[in-house]
Design a protein around this ligand. Structure first.
Ligand SMILES: [Zn+2]
Length: 369
């Protein structure tokens, strides 16, 4: 099991392409294309389209945050093997994207080559971008410009700062200031960029095509990291009309939360809200359901979240300022990956079962099965 989950980008790409071959034998209309991100570095967004131009289009995406694509790729495999066969393909076109951010998946980063968090890059407009003053006020805490020392030294320093923040009762404000995204500090965390990234433009076109060519679009985007440990949360957009409790009853699955600070966290420039806004502005007739599935890895207590942030902070410094030695580099990368990918078989099994239950409930509600 662990061997199937903790694999590198190249192996995941190979596994996905093998599935494409099998799909070509099973289904009549299968189109495969690889979008070049970097040929020398073997970075491609692989896209499969099954049975075009049907009234429903299902879009299934992974790895918008590259490092999350490691577990995402495994979930994609579960989807292909166990969900795809029960879909009503007579009325449904299927689009699989593996992964949105190949650079991040290969180098185990959340962001792309330009350090852009793609899920803060889908702004509907670049005029009047908000200035994240709360982030800038804490910039020295988030991004100190020096190489990584031994992890024990880093940990002590970091937790001293965290303690100060906790004592001031500012944990929630810090979290919200960070997670919403920022557009001022290109070497910082949750940086949303200065314009659309290549990967973003590609996804925007794909979504536009889907909204244009079908009556009903269902989109599921796989993320890992946040939320209760070993628990898959369905994260609905704050633009989605239904409240979370009603939705839980409809799909017979919980937890369901909304992307707002009361239930989960708010974001600027996220992909799902972009899609809802595009639909509302240009494709009013098309029905849309788009959500992310978030697989919780470290847990959601304040201490768990502080630990996740510690790993993000040291990983970011490693990227820009290096480390004292190779051993430290490796342990930082390992810690970082393990904040986004479950390592125990029980966790994997549990979340795989939850994934199937939630997706079944949603597809039933949406009339795809
Ligand atoms: Zn994510």
């Amino acid at each position: 099991m662990k061997e199937k989950v903790l694999i590198d980008y190249e192996s995941a790409q190979k596994r996905f392409r093998e599935h494409v071959e099998t799909m070509k034998q099973k289904f009549s209309d299968v189109f495969f294309e690889s979008i070049v991100i970097d040929t020398e570095d073997n970075l491609y967004i692989d896209v499969v389209k099954i049975s075009k131009d049907k009234p429903n289009t299902l879009v299934f995406t992974i790895g918008e945050h590259g490092v999350e694509g490691i577990f995402g790729s495994y979930i994609m495999e579960v989807f292909i093997e166990e969900i795809l066969p029960i879909l009503n393909l007579k009325d449904t076109s299927v689009i699989l994207v593996h992964p949105i951010n190949p650079y991040g998946m290969k180098y185990l980063e959340r962001t792309n080559k330009n350090n852009v968090d793609l899920n803060r890059n889908f702004l509907n407009s670049w005029d009047n971008i908000f200035r994240n003053d709360a982030y800038l006020a804490l910039k020295d805490f988030f991004e100190r410009s020096e190489g990584v020392q031994s992890l024990s030294i880093e940990r002590i320093r970091y937790y001293k700062d965290v303690l100060k923040i906790l004592l001031k009762g500012l944990a929630k404000q810090v979290k919200n200031a960070l997670l919403v995204g920022q557009y001022e500090s290109p070497k910082g965390l949750y940086y949303g960029g200065r314009g659309y990234e290549k990967e973003t433009i590609f996804m925007m076109r794909l979504f536009e095509e889907a909204l244009k060519s079908s009556k009903h679009v269902v989109h599921i985007d796989i993320h890992t990291g946040y939320g209760p440990k070993d628990t898959m949360s369905v994260v609905n957009s704050n633009l989605f009309e239904e409240d979370s409790k009603t939705f839980e009853r409809e799909i017979d699955y919980s937890p369901v939360v909304k992307s707002e600070n009361n239930e989960f966290y708010a974001m600027s420039g996220d992909m799902i809200n972009y899609l809802y806004t595009l639909k509302n502005e240009k494709y009013k007739e098309t029905k849309l359901y788009s959500a992310s599935f978030e697989f919780g890895i470290l847990g959601n207590s304040t201490l768990n979240e502080a630990e996740a942030l510690f790993r993000a902070v040291v990983n970011n410094r490693l990227r820009f300022y290096g480390s004292k030695n190779e051993k430290i580099r490796k342990s930082v990368k390992k810690l970082y990956l393990e904040a986004f990918c479950p390592t125990s078989e029980i966790s994997v099994q549990k979340m795989q079962t939850q994934f199937k239950k939630a997706i079944f409930g949603i597809f039933k509600r949406e009339g795809l099965i």
